[in-house]
Structures are given as structure tokens and as C-alpha cells.
Write a protein that binds this ligand. Structure first.
Ligand code: PRP
Length: 216
């Protein structure tokens, strides 16, 4: 038998979707669906161990080698500039990173634009590339509130359905990048467990292709 693969799964809907894909690939660990508070799930026979972690923490487990593989959104990978291999676009968890502001917003060129965001690096780089001088405020959630109550002029945040923006009378002003979930690997693990990692990646790639073909 090959070596055990340790996989950091993001808790929540994205993690559930990825686990379902892995289950279909033969890496099942049914206990994971029991809704327990356990954080580690192992299937020795299939050579896989899953960790349940917060989505933003996945890259840390993988980068430092506590996990061999992980699933992280492109937003997190760009924000934390993680030193990991990106192996596959899973084409799920699709959304986009946007600049959004109140309906009818007009930028005042005389004033520094005040931007609230959870994604300081992405926002900072985006405006810097355009030579726009901004005042950046880092928040941890409910970003949409900031421009409504006058904490900021605009926000940089993730837009999926657009419901949150609509319900708060905000709209997309600029799209920065499309986002989707990626399979990532620790660089050293990839050297030592190449065969096991490539087998899992290829099985997932097949699933992704199948799903894409069904959509057409
Ligand atoms: C994310 C994001 C938006 C919302 C976008 O928030 O920050 O608020 O989802 O989704 P939508 O376009 O489908 O409405 P999340 O639910 O992660 O909570 P947060 O505001 O606490 O970050």
C-alpha cells in the first residue's frame, strides 16, 4: 500500500462538495458525514486522512506540511501568497472578486478612495497596479455594511449570487478576478508522495471533466 495522504478540507459547503468528489474517486471516509465534532477522519484502507479546518487556514496546514494536500479558493491563495503547488482547478466554489459600492456611486477624483475589505493584499495590489492611491481598511466580515454607514466609499469582496449586494443597495463597480476552488499540495510532500498525490489529482481531474461535459 502507498503512503497515507493527509488532506485539509475547508469546513462548510465547499468542503462538503469536495468531499463528495473525493468519495466518488474512491477516497471515502463516511464518518465525516455524521456531523460529529471530530476534526480528523481516517480511512487506512484507502490511505487517506481528512482534517476539517477553517477555509482561510487550509493554506497554512498545507504550506507548513501538516497536510499534504488541501482545497482552497483562489482568493485565499492570492491573498496569502502561499508557497504551495496549485495542482488543479476544481471548477467549483465559483465566484468573483469585485469592487462594489452604493448604487449611483461616483468616485470623487479630488479625494482618496476609502476601501474596506477582508482581502488587503488583493485590493492593495489591484489599486496599486492602476496607480490609484487608496485608504485601505481591513475588516473581518459583513463588509457590505462599511459603505452603507460611511466607514468606506467602496468595498472589495467576493460576489457569488449578488444577493448580498442587492439586498444592501450596492452594486458591482469593477470585477477584479474570477475565483474557484483549487487543489493545492505541500512542495515537499509532492516530492515524497508523488505517486499517491498524482493518483488523487488525476481522479479528481476526471470528475471535473465529467461535470464540465455534463453542463454542455
Ligand atoms: C461572502 C462575501 C459576501 C457574500 C457574497 O460572505 O463576503 O458577503 O458571501 O455572496 P452572494 O453574492 O451570494 O450574496 P460570507 O458569507 O463568507 O460572510 P462574511 O460577510 O462574514 O464574510
Amino acid at each position: 500500500m502507498g503512503q497515507m495522504l493527509r488532506v485539509a478540507l475547508p469546513k462548510g459547503r465547499l468542503g462538503d462538495q469536495v468531499y463528495d468528489m473525493l468519495e466518488r474517486c474512491g477516497y471515502e471516509c463516511p464518518e465525516i458525514k455524521d456531523g460529529s465534532r471530530k476534526l480528523i477522519f481516517t480511512n487506512e484502507e484507502k490511505g487517506v486522512q481528512y482534517f476539517q479546518v477553517k477555509p482561510t487556514d487550509v493554506v497554512k496546514y498545507v504550506e507548513r506540511g501538516a497536510a499534504d494536500l488541501g482545497i482552497a479558493g483562489r482568493d485565499i491563495l492570492l491573498e496569502y501568497e502561499s508557497d504551495v503547488y496549485e495542482l488543479l482547478d476544481l471548477k467549483i466554489g465559483k465566484c468573483r472578486m469585485c469592487v462594489a459600492g452604493p448604487n449611483g456611486f461616483h468616485e470623487n477624483p479630488e479625494k482618496r478612495l476609502v476601501v474596506a475589505t477582508k482581502f488587503k493584499n488583493i485590493a492593495g495590489n489591484y489599486f496599486a497596479e492602476q496607480g490609484r492611491d487608496i485608504d485601505l481598511i481591513k475588516l473581518h466580515g459583513s463588509i457590505e455594511l462599511a459603505p452603507i454607514v460611511g466607514l468606506s466609499d467602496v468595498i472589495v469582496d467576493i460576489v457569488e449570487t449578488g444577493n448580498t449586494l442587492r439586498e444592501n443597495n450596492l452594486k458591482v463597480l469593477e470585477t477584479i478576478i474570477p475565483i474557484s476552488a483549487r487543489l493545492i499540495a505541500n512542495k515537499a510532500s509532492f516530492q515524497f508522495k508523488t505517486k499517491e498525490i498524482e493518483t488523487m489529482r488525476d481522479a479528481l481531474a476526471e470528475q471535473v471533466e465529467k461535470k464540465e461535459a455534463e453542463k454542455k
